[in-house]
Design a protein around this ligand. Structure first.
Ligand SMILES: C[S@@+](CC[C@H](N)C(=O)[O-])C[C@H]1O[C@@H](n2cnc3c(N)ncnc32)[C@H](O)[C@@H]1O
Length: 285
């Protein structure tokens, strides 16, 4: 199996779980693999490395992130040069420089500045204020991924995806509505446990009913899909149970120790739930 490159540092990335997730579609020849809540698109990258599908469509509602994806796929060398410039320019006054780039990004929405901000900010967790401005702070102990590493990954990601990917910016339903019985939709919506708080982890808060309605529609059409949803850490569980009428099969994936538990010196293991759709179960039986 090929090494899976990864280029966008993104809190909540499914990078470590991607192979476990894809084990559930082993042997299923997929026409189009859809990832409508893409973020860093970790599962699409792993699927492409395994040649799981003929074509991949990644989408996210956060437009600047999808613009960054466009540059990563089509002009990786250019992104590399510009990222390297930002990274080196920060060295004299890293913390002040971050704040300057953040303020510039909030005016010009430059996707390469977004890449730098994601690499440098606390826990790689993008956060926004009520006016939609990026307001996460810098991680004062780290300078962000080194330009040489970003360069290599940019080229590998672009090579892996460029001839077989389509990018989409907008609501997930516009993608899920296109999917057919020969496709696979992988969904990782913003976490219920975190996204309803005042300061949402991601750019958008998801309306749970819209997700449930869309899963019902896909069930009616017989579209195979996988959903990553709530999380369990120790005896705490996040997220509502989904309705039985969806006929999903729930699987628990071990995601190792949570960073929060590690910080608190506890030994809780984190489990993440994965839900398999009835049409997928039928295909795999
Ligand atoms: C949990 S993250 C996905 C992380 C991804 N699995 C990865 O490996 O990096 C959820 C993503 O959904 C996006 N999002 C939120 N609401 C959305 C919507 N209604 N339609 C499409 N994307 C949405 C957010 O911008 C965020 O990037």
């Amino acid at each position: 199996m090929k090494v899976v490159p990864h280029v966008i540092p993104y809190q909540g990335s499914k990078r470590k779980l991607a192979n476990d997730i894809l084990e559930n579609i082993k042997g299923f020849k997929i026409d189009t693999f859809y990832e409508p809540f893409a973020g860093s698109a970790a599962v699409t990258l792993a699927a492409a490395a395994r040649q799981s599908a003929n074509k991949y469509i990644i989408g996210d509602k956060y437009t600047q992130l999808m613009e960054l994806w466009g540059l990563i796929i089509n002009s990786p060398a250019d992104v590399s040069i510009r990222y390297s410039k930002l990274w080196h320019e920060q060295l004299e006054e890293p913390n002040e420089y971050f704040l300057k780039v953040r303020s510039d990004f909030n005016k010009d929405n430059d996707p390469v500045k977004l890449l730098y901000l994601m690499a440098r900010c606390v826990k790689n967790a993008i956060r926004f204020n009520n006016s939609g401005e990026f307001n996460q702070s810098q991680d004062k102990r780290r300078l962000g991924t080194k330009p040489e590493k970003i360069h290599q990954n940019l080229l590998m990601v672009s090579n892996l995806l460029k001839d077989q990917v389509e990018l989409f910016s907008g609501d997930f339903r516009l993608l899920t509505q296109q999917a057919t019985t020969n496709d696979l939709v992988y969904m990782d919506p913003p976490w219920q446990g975190t996204s309803t708080k005042k300061d949402p982890r991601y750019a958008y808060i998801l309306d749970l009913n819209s997700l449930i309605d869309e899963m019902e529609n896909m069930n009616i059409k017989g579209v195979p899909y996988i959903l990553s949803f709530d999380g369990v850490c120790g005896d705490k569980s996040y997220g509502n149970e989904l309705p039985d009428s969806l006929q999903l099969k729930k699987i628990m994936l071990s995601a190792g120790r949570s960073s929060q538990a590690t910080l608190l010196g506890r030994d809780d293991s984190t489990f993440e739930s994965l839900y398999l759709s009835p049409a997928l179960l039928k295909k795999m039986s």
